[in-house]
Design a protein around this ligand. Structure first.
Ligand SMILES: CC(C)(COP(=O)(O)OP(=O)(O)OC[C@H]1O[C@@H](n2cnc3c(N)ncnc32)[C@H](O)[C@@H]1OP(=O)(O)O)[C@@H](O)C(=O)NCCC(=O)NCCS
Ligand SMILES: Nc1ncnc2c1ncn2[C@@H]1O[C@H](COP(=O)(O)OP(=O)(O)O)[C@@H](O)[C@H]1O
Length: 202
């Protein structure tokens, strides 16, 4: 039977990557929208040239790669610039994702994306798992992971769907407010359940 796709989403620092890694350890095929977002702006790809034409040479590093920190500072300080970037990149990211989803060998595959709902990528999935965490934990974990300031994390949070909106699209919710051993056990339960599903439904 054709593998179905589980959409995995949650706000920044909610624990999507940690949950995704647990599924990978169980042998599930994973496609990561953040990785696709990096591939489409590699040197030589047309999107990078369009970004430089729009934002200027200061969003390039000396080696010709995108200066992600510089672009991050620009787009999370200005919603119009962020929307411009999204309208350029989201169609390209969507194409990469659908190509990689077709390579799935496992009974189901996972698309992990911070913007699954906002970008409409959930249309490529048959079921949605939302990782949820209290906002103070999201901020604390992201600051530790990225060495970013609380203000920058808050600015990114403000650019994302509200928790209620994300939860409205959820078939399953994993509240990641305990330790990683507990998280792993929860993923094992979900995986056992997902293996019983056909096309993402009981
Ligand atoms: C702006 C940008 C260059 C910054 O790069 P970076 O500093 O390396 O940061 P990352 O790409 O790792 O993104 C950091 C966080 O910002 C959030 N984020 C990224 N793009 C976002 C956007 N357009 N709107 C809201 N939040 C966004 C994500 O939550 C991400 O963290 P998470 O995956 O851990 O949840 C990069 O985020 C980008 O190209 N964004 C536009 C493309 C896009 O929408 N990507 C999201 C996946 S579809
Ligand atoms: N339950 C947890 N306990 C402790 N640390 C966690 C837990 N879940 C995630 N983390 C850590 O918090 C940070 C953010 O998690 P991550 O999975 O990268 O979030 P996301 O992908 O949603 O942005 C990472 O450094 C991760 O290792």
């Amino acid at each position: 039977m054709k593998p179905w796709t589980l959409g995995l989403t949650g706000g920044i620092g909610s624990g999507k990557s940690a949950v995704a890694q647990c599924f990978v350890d169980l042998g599930v095929h994973l496609v990561d929208a953040d990785h696709a977002a990096r591939w489409v702006v590699e040197p030589g790809r047309p999107a990078l040239a369009a970004i430089v034409a729009h934002f200027g040479e200061e969003v390039l590093q000396a080696d010709g790669q995108l200066n992600r920190a510089a672009l991050r500072a620009r787009v999370f300080a200005n919603a119009e610039e962020r929307r411009w970037l999204e309208s350029l990149l989201h169609p390209l990211i969507g194409q990469e994702i659908s190509q990689y989803l077709t390579r799935a060998q496992s009974p189901y595959s996972i698309l992990v994306s911070p913007l699954l709902i906002e970008s409409g990528q959930y249309a490529m999935t048959q079921r949605v798992l939302v990782v949820d965490a209290p906002e103070h934990l999201q901020v604390q974990r992201t600051m530790l992971r990225d060495q970013s300031s609380a203000e920058q994390v808050q600015a990114i949070l403000a650019a994302q769907a509200r928790r209620e909106e994300r939860l409205r699209h959820a078939d399953d919710v994993l509240v990641n407010d305990r330790d990683l051993a507990w998280l792993k056990a929860e993923v094992e339960h979900l995986h056992a359940f997902y293996l019983t599903l056909k096309g993402g439904q009981p």
